[in-house]
Design a protein around this ligand. Structure first.
Ligand SMILES: Nc1nc2c(ncn2[C@@H]2O[C@H](COP(=O)(O)OP(=O)(O)OP(=O)(O)O)[C@@H](O)[C@H]2O)c(=O)[nH]1
Ligand SMILES: [Mg+2]
Length: 307
């Protein structure tokens, strides 16, 4: 997405954003002690969206891997560049087709962290998830295992339409998952679609964050060499600024990271970037829930005073 990632990439020194490399334990301790301040909702729902193949399912797998302290794969990720002709046929189209909630196990089986991820179909311009369906998912109307139809949105008469969503069914934050090189592969409709979703999420009152995946790919030679170079890379910085200028995310709401996709063991630097992004995601969601709670309490106090 940035300036091409040439080998002569200029290096930003010192790095323009601070990362506490080596503080994985602190981040994990924070995560373990995290719970939404208000008991309503009981758990925060993180809705992921983004172009097909951007790494949405891999992000869920990566967070789960870190929490289980081993590489796991609860969400089906897919390499659509594979040699299999059947897979090649669907290259550029989403592998994940259903609405699926992923809980993350904490300590022992049956115990879970107080947040869940929702994986959805990708945003490709043909056959992608519809804006209307994303709005319905934010509002909690989409039931588990619904297969998104790229032709028509979920209808109120459908068995998978939840007529009475509770605060637990609603999404509390929308996370855009975008591969760092999107500018080279996406058509302008993709940016338009992302902007429309962003505006819809604003109108529905939920915060948004973007994560930029695949920073380890060959276009970012500096970062491929060492993940710690992430904030020294002009390629990554340009990509973040471009995403900010095209879709509108403030740069401080964009988090570059690398998902687990080929490793069989965890790596501390990979974990730190993912945990840093996750902490922001949960903190932003929690802040908004609290702000809404206070606003609702003030509103009902005003109503009482008026009567
Ligand atoms: N190098 C690299 N590859 C990644 C990264 N994240 C995901 N991948 C790979 O990208 C491909 C697509 O990843 P998925 O997680 O299936 O992407 P998705 O957004 O869920 O895709 P759909 O379900 O098709 O919309 C897989 O081959 C992953 O292994 C990353 O950070 N770096
Ligand atoms: Mg997927």
């Amino acid at each position: 997405m940035g300036g091409g990632g040439s080998k002569e990439e200029s290096v930003i020194n010192p790095p323009w954003r601070t990362v506490h490399w080596g503080k994985k334990k602190d981040e994990l301790d924070w995560l373990k002690s995290f719970c939404p301040q208000k008991d309503n909702p009981k758990r925060l729902r993180v809705l992921l969206c983004g172009p097909a193949g951007s790494g949405k399912s891999s992000f869920i797998n990566s967070v789960d891997s870190i929490c289980q302290k081993r590489i796991t794969s609860p969400a089906d990720a897919n390499n659509a560049q594979g040699a299999d002709p059947e897979l090649a046929k669907i290259a550029g189209q989403s592998y994940t087709l259903n609405y699926k909630t992923h809980q993350i196990q904490k300590d022992t089986p049956g115990q879970y962290y107080p947040f869940v991820f929702n994986d959805v179909r990708g945003l490709e311009s043909t056959n992608g998830i519809l804006l209307e369906d994303i709005k319905l998912a934010i509002k909690g109307h989409v039931m588990e295992n619904y297969t998104f139809n790229p032709e028509t949105p979920l209808d109120v008469s459908n068995d998978f339409y939840n007529n009475n969503p509770t605060s637990n069914d609603k999404a509390h934050i929308l996370v855009f998952v975008i591969a760092v090189d999107i500018n080279h592969v996406a058509d302008p409709n993709m940016f338009k679609k992302m902007t429309e979703i962003r505006l819809a999420a604003r109108d529905l009152g939920i915060p948004q964050i973007a994560i930029l995946t695949k920073i380890d790919e060959k276009s970012c030679a500096l970062v491929k060499k060492d993940l710690k170079n992430v904030y020294s890379s002009t390629y990554i910085k340009n990509a973040m600024e471009k995403l900010s200028n095209t879709v509108g995310f403030p740069v401080n709401c964009i988090f570059p990271l690398k998902n687990y996709h080929e490793e069989i063991e965890l790596k501390e630097d990979v974990d730190v970037l993912i945990l840093t992004a996750l902490r922001k995601i949960l903190a932003f969601a929690n802040d908004r829930v609290n702000a809404n709670f206070v606003a609702a309490a003030n509103q009902s106090a005003n109503n009482v005073n008026r009567t």
